[in-house]
Design a protein around this ligand. Structure first.
Ligand SMILES: *Cc1c(COP(=O)(O)O)cnc(C)c1O
Length: 419
């Protein structure tokens, strides 16, 4: 499994943990802690493996910004030819700032506002992924008033169980996402009702951190017959088939498919379809391409339990608190010493503020720095100023050099904009 699935470039050399060719203790001296650290090579490897796996079919990889929207990362991805999957006007702004071309940008989300829709139409994005009838009507009206005819794809909710954390399920009927197949059928039939838009295809994103490819297959086995048996015989052709993102990664002991296996299981289902394929990976590209460095402040023992109190908390990385997510903990200097069971907790005034619970890790002492692994996706982008904590810097490693690509916030930054 590990040999086929590219993991990342954060590895030990002797006792020191490195990011590519940068020793992380040296980086931490310059950047301070806490800090997010990204590997350019890991981002590239994940992107290019997926891109190559689908080379036999015309396709576009629209990187999902919400996983990690650092401008420096987006600029790299733009240079490698990636498009963007966005879910807000702010993400559109970021994508354009980073040089992602509008004709490679797709826009999903159940709550697009009129202003956001107008902004995206003016910028000439590739298409909207429409999630409801009222949204379709609003896009239609805004388009007519602007005298433009944007493309839209209908986001289908196939009612599939993707077997992931309940908050990450988006393709089941009780979630807020997408449109049922019967309603999609009506929309395609009645498409002259929305003369301001061009209905160009189908979108489907069933969830995130999906390990079983069979979930994608089940979704496609509902969608492809709909295209072939319902739409095509009525002369409705599909220019885009967007299968979303959601490809799971290794945090702990998961065994996700390699990009090769994924494409081998997916592409045969699309035989005979001329539509261009769109993929929207976020976590797959970013998740194992970043880590969070944090320093041990205290070792606290209480009622026989040991707490490693670190300088980073749920405001910096909320995944353990929000999803009970597992993130591996690695000391920057491994002493191969005895291991002990501890809770790794932050300074935030909530018992839900932890990075690891009852975890067996090498014995640590105050001042040691640890890496919270697999923090490249939904890490910094979900961080906040809770407890009036400045947001942490982001550092990009490339070979033997590194650069701080986002400065640590200051106390002044915390009150900026307040009157
Ligand atoms: C979040 C999201 C994605 C990316 O999901 P990952 O699990 O990070 O790959 C793709 N498409 C849409 C519509 C999303 O909302």
């Amino acid at each position: 499994m590990i040999s086929l699935y590219i993991m990342h470039d954060f590895n030990y050399r002797h006792k020191y943990l490195y990011a590519e060719d940068v020793r992380l203790v040296d980086l931490a001296k310059k950047a301070g802690t806490p800090a997010y650290v990204y590997s350019r090579k890991s981002f590239y490897d994940h992107f290019s493996k997926l891109d190559k796996a689908f080379r036999k079919k015309p396709h576009l990889i629209c990187y999902s910004l919400k996983a990690n929207s650092s401008l420096s990362i987006l600029r790299l991805l733009a240079g490698w030819g990636a498009g963007a999957d966005i879910v807000s006007g702010g993400e559109l702004y970021r994508a354009l700032c980073a040089g992602i071309r509008p004709e490679k940008i797709v826009y999903a989300g159940v709550g697009k506002t009129e202003d956001e829709i107008a902004y995206a139409i003016r910028k000439g994005i590739l298409l909207f992924n429409v999630e409801s009838l009222p949204e379709l009507s609003l896009i239609n009206e805004v388009a007519l008033s602007l005298g433009k005819a944007p493309r839209v794809c209908i986001r289908i909710n196939p009612d599939i169980e993707p077997h992931t954390h309940s908050y990450l399920v988006t393709g089941k009927k009780e979630t807020k996402f997408g449109i049922s197949i019967p309603l999609a059928r009506e929309i395609f039939s009645d498409r002259i009702k929305w003369p301001g838009v061009h209905i160009a295809g189908i979108h489907c994103h069933i969830g995130s951190q999906i390990i079983e490819i069979s979930a994608y297959q089940k979704a496609l086995k509902k969608i492809i017959p709909f295209i072939k048996k319902d739409l095509e015989p009525r002369g409705i052709s599909i220019e885009f088939l967007n299968i979303g993102g959601g490809m799971g990664i290794v945090y702990n002991k998961e065994t996700p498919a390699t990009p090769q296996n994924f494409s081998r299981k997916i592409l045969p289902l699309m035989k005979g379809l001329n539509a261009k394929l769109i993929l929207e990976p976020g976590r797959f590209i970013a998740g194992n391409s970043g880590i969070l460095l944090t320093r041990v402040i205290y070792i606290k023992e209480s009622w026989g339990k040991k707490f490693v109190v670190v300088d980073s908390g749920m405001n910096d990385l909320i995944r353990p608190s929000l999803y009970n997510a597992h993130h591996e903990i690695r000391p920057l200097i491994s002493k191969k010493g005895k291991r002990e069971r501890v809770d790794v907790v932050g300074p935030i005034c909530e018992s839900g503020d932890f990075l690891a619970k009852a975890r067996l890790i090498e014995e640590l002492k105050a001042g040691d720095i640890i890496a919270v692994m697999s923090a490249g996706a939904y890490g910094f982008t979900m961080s906040s100023n809770y407890n009036s904590r400045p947001r942490v810097p982001e550092v990009l490693v490339n070979g033997s050099s590194f650069k701080i690509v986002r400065k640590r916030e200051t106390y002044k930054d915390l009150i900026r904009g307040e009157l």
